[in-house]
Design a protein around this ligand. Structure first.
Ligand code: WTA
Length: 656
């Protein structure tokens, strides 16, 4: 099996790092408390979560049923309870820490702003009143397409406050991607901005939004436009409203609308192996519970922390560990609008120094990019306030882990390598920073109440150390996705069918070492992980084929030093295969085309033209073969079924 070959090829990492004693001594979660959590979870899984839900959530109406399994695997947690997620993140802090800073913002041009919990509450209230005055109600969908400015978080909370369902679309996605997502959600309102700053340039959000709306999106009634860059943009009378004008006359008080525990808080689109992106639907109470708990357990968050999760709110990490978890925990959240290396490679470290960041949570791709710039840049900044480091999005290679530990953590900060997904809502597997000894490259052990396992094709637990298999979750957990918006069959097929609804199938392969530590090996489906972002090969192939000159395309991943994986596309044209300069020009054209269709992150790094694609006699594209060629690996596949064996040379680029 392919995944087992992958696993065997990986060097087993032997280094172990005990939690630094200074950290361990002051950590909030101590060994006896952890043992008690584990004991309770093992004794009564549902009762364990119910107890935590009563303790950690401010309920408008308490629940009496912790878990409804009648429609499993559509599990429903805390069903008859009512709450407001926004009130849980904002109102509940007003008395105790109303003047405490909730958000510190730094824009790419260097402008800064900070909002106390009280100020954030007021801004959210003003916008909630605005949404209300536009006729929006609980259950209506709102698409948010903003740069990473405080207004993105304000917009999410204003939706939560009235019970509207938000769907944030990453500002780097194209007009077409935005249109598809708006249409799938059936949103009534789009919240966007004139633009945002990235790499010294303006990201033209409003013009992309205009294009998206001009192509369809019949359900959109208004676009609310936040002024960020101040450049001239077109405003369509009747449809477009300026944020600052709309909120100016609104009261800052808006009583949060309580919703049912499983009322959808948001939809977030993510790539799958087939078809269009999936609208992952998350609940209110269960989602909030795991976000808050993991913020406290994994990040040891306390009132004096300045927590910087570098993810954009367009990704799930920016939902759970920017907009919700740390605010529910009452922390100070740092956000930064722009590119990590603008205007130079010291920007991240300058931000840490300037704002006194105490916890930094970022992705391996960023760590590798910054590592390449050398030790001198971070060493010239005061990073002494940092006490904990986190990693997420893809496996972190031991070299990057050690650099992060040595140069950024100065060998005194624990590293939490956190495994989770858009679908899981919150971290499921991670070290606990004061308690778990870490091994570079391993996300270590499941959190209390999370029952993960590694199983073989027959669904049997793989007990032999270091043997690979499918990563599964065996019991429901509160922040699990509820469904795929508008397509519950796809939810069942994608996550549950493989093992007859018994386990949640994450789509990752993994192995477990003799200490029970988990090592994630990568995806088992046709999903690439490019710079920590999931991209479906299917989506990129469809985008390529939509170009008039392309007849057929196959996309695979190729290892990349910084991005983890890069997009490698094989393309068959209508008509002759181009050579030399024509080939380079067409490659450029197709790359920009994919950028327009999907967004810059999906652009192929390499395009190779071929007369046809390698197929089996039954017509299936031989993807493993294409992957091996892209990776310059020896071909071990049986080629006897190949229709046209001469094609291999072309695929290798030798015939160009
Ligand atoms: C991968 C991001 C190894 C994995 C939160 C997963 C990881 C996918 C880790 C989800 C990690 C995430 N170690 N791999 N610590 N964290 N992944 O939905 O393949 O954008 O299935 O959620 O990223 O990506 P998503």
């Amino acid at each position: 099996m392919e995944k087992q070959q992958n696993i065997e090829s990986v060097l087993i990492e032997k280094r172990v790092f005990a939690p630094p004693s200074t950290f361990a001594q002051q950590a909030q979660l101590k060994a006896d408390a952890l043992a008690e959590l584990q004991r309770r979870a093992a004794a009564d899984h549902v009762g364990f979560w119910a107890g935590l839900a009563r303790q950690h959530i401010a309920w408008h109406k308490p629940f009496t049923r912790a878990l409804d399994e009648s429609k499993a695997p559509n599990y429903r947690w805390f069903v008859d309870g009512e709450l407001s997620v926004s009130a849980n993140c904002l109102d509940r802090h007003l008395v105790e820490r109303g003047n405490k800073t909730a958000i510190v913002f730094e824009g790419e041009p260097g402008d800064t702003r900070s909002l106390s919990y009280r100020a954030l509450h007021a801004e959210v209230g003003r916008l909630a009143n605005t949404l209300h005055s536009l006729g929006l109600q609980a259950g209506d969908r709102v698409v948010i397409y903003l740069p990473l400015v405080p207004e993105a978080i304000i917009a999410m909370h204003a939706c939560a406050r009235i019970g509207a369902v938000h769907s944030v679309v990453f500002g780097g996605f194209s007009a077409l991607s935005l249109k598809d997502r708006i249409e799938d959600t059936g949103a009534r309102l789009l919240i966007t901005a004139d633009g945002g700053w990235r790499g010294g340039q303006i990201v033209e959000l409003k013009s992309a939004a205009d294009k998206a709306l001009s192509l369809g999106c019949p359900t959109i009634e208004h676009a609310l436009v936040y002024r960020r860059t101040g450049q001239d943009i077109a405003m369509q009378a009747g449809r477009d409203l300026w944020w600052h004008e709309a909120v100016a006359t609104q009261s800052p008080d808006f009583t949060a609308v309580p919703v049912a525990a499983d009322h959808p808080l948001f939809l977030l689109y993510t790539s799958g192996s087939t078809g269009k992106p999936k609208g992952i639907q998350h609940s209110s109470a269960g989602y909030l519970l795991n976000c808050k708990l993991t913020s406290e357990w994994v990040f040891d968050l306390r009132p004096e922390d300045v927590f910087w999760c570098t993810a954009d709110v367009g990704w799930v990490t920016g939902h759970s560990y920017v907009a919700y978890g740390p605010l529910a925990a009452g922390a100070t959240v740092m956000i930064y609008e722009g590119a990590p290396t603008f205007p130079d490679g010291g920007r991240f470290w300058k931000i840490c120094e300037r704002h006194g960041v105490t916890i930094l949570y970022t992705a391996p791709t960023a760590i590798r990019a910054l590592m390449k710039l050398g030790d001198a840049i971070p060493q010239s900044h005061d990073l002494s306030k940092i006490r904990l480091l986190g990693s997420v999005g893809e496996p972190i290679n031991p070299e990057a882990w050690i650099w992060y530990h040595r140069v950024i953590g100065r060998e005194r900060c624990p590293i939490v390598d956190t495994w989770w997904q858009t679908e899981t809502g919150a971290i499921l597997i991670s070290p606990l920073p004061g308690l778990t000894a870490t091994k570079p490259g391993s996300c270590t052990l499941p959190l209390p109440g999370i029952e993960v396992d590694i199983v073989d094709d027959a669904g049997q637990s793989v007990t032999q150390p270091d043997a690979g298999g499918y990563l599964v979750v065996k019991r429901p957990w509160p922040s699990m996705l509820q469904t795929i918006w508008g397509d519950n069959d796809r939810y069942l097929r994608t996550y549950w069918q493989k093992f007859q609804n018994r386990y949640y199938v994450a789509g990752d392969s993994a192995h477990r070492d003799a200490d029970g530590y988990y090592w994630i090996m990568g995806r088992i489906d046709d999903v690439l992980n490019v710079a920590g972002h999931r991209l479906g090969t299917m989506e990129i192939e469809s985008a390529l084929v939509a170009h008039p000159r392309v007849a057929e395309a196959a996309v695979v991943g190729q290892p990349h030093e910084i991005k983890g994986e890069a997009v490698f596309a094989y393309v068959v044209l209508n008509g002759a295969r181009p050579v030399a300069a024509a080939s380079a020009a067409l490659s450029d054209e197709l790359r920009s085309w994919v950028g327009e269709q999907l967004g810059a992150i999906a652009k192929p790094d390499t395009i190779r033209f071929a007369d046809n694609l390698p197929k089996t006699r039954s017509g299936k594209i031989m993807r493993r073969l294409l992957r091996a060629v892209a990776r310059n690996e020896p071909i071990t596949q049986d080629l006897s079924t190949l229709e046209n064996p001469a094609i291999i040379e072309q695929l290798r680029g030798e015939a160009n």
